[in-house]
Design a protein around this ligand. Sequence first.
Ligand SMILES: C[S@@+](CC[C@H](N)C(=O)[O-])C[C@H]1O[C@@H](n2cnc3c(N)ncnc32)[C@H](O)[C@@H]1O
Length: 223
Amino acid sequence: MKITILTLFPNMFSGFISESIIKRAIERKLVTIEIVNIRDFSEYNNQQVDDTPYGGGAGMVLMMDPLVKALKSVKTEDSITVLLTPTGVTWKQSLAQEYAKKSHIILICGHYEGVDERILNYVDAEISIGDFILTGGEIPAMAIADSLIRLIDGVIKKESSEEETFSHDLFDYPTYTKPAVYDGYAVPDVLLSGNHEKIRLWREEMARKKTEERRPDLLNKEG
Ligand SMILES: C[S@@+](CC[C@H](N)C(=O)[O-])C[C@H]1O[C@@H](n2cnc3c(N)ncnc32)[C@H](O)[C@@H]1O
């Protein structure tokens, strides 16, 4: 899989691509991450990329030309182009599973007041990461890229991703590690029993119970 991110702030991604699981996935060539600076495609004076909104109002709006030129420089027949916007469809695990099958995903990060609305003629999807406003699309791009990369075969152990919260419209089961008692708080006995079948049933029950308590809508969907 290749993920291309169009942004005005490429440096924001340096930590993201150089740590932990994402770093290892890149090193092992399981994913390619391409960061493209939209400003490099501006042919305006001083590499201008934004301007005031027609009709007046607050803030600056990203202009079409640098953005479309940046997009055309990376887009192929196999690309799917996504605009990150708070007015898009909310990202969730089932969408991540669908997008993880694509070979090339382009994520466009808006900034300031947003992007000239005519960009919608050039994108395949509009995605939000939730009902809140961020300064720019960079954090949403990282969140989406991260959730996609961990679904690529070989990035994390298959059992881990299959049991994770939301993979089957269920929360993950509770996990514990050493020591068995911490500050008077003990690990449930069953986990120390060595009985794998009992542990499996307990985990199943705990996952269902927690989902029922906190997100019954997920279970209803499953049934
Ligand atoms: C400050 S926001 C623009 C908000 C816009 N004026 C509005 O009220 O809908 C700037 C950029 O951040 C990104 N952004 C902000 N919140 C987001 C969210 N919840 N999901 C995805 N992208 C978001 C988008 O790319 C957006 O163009």
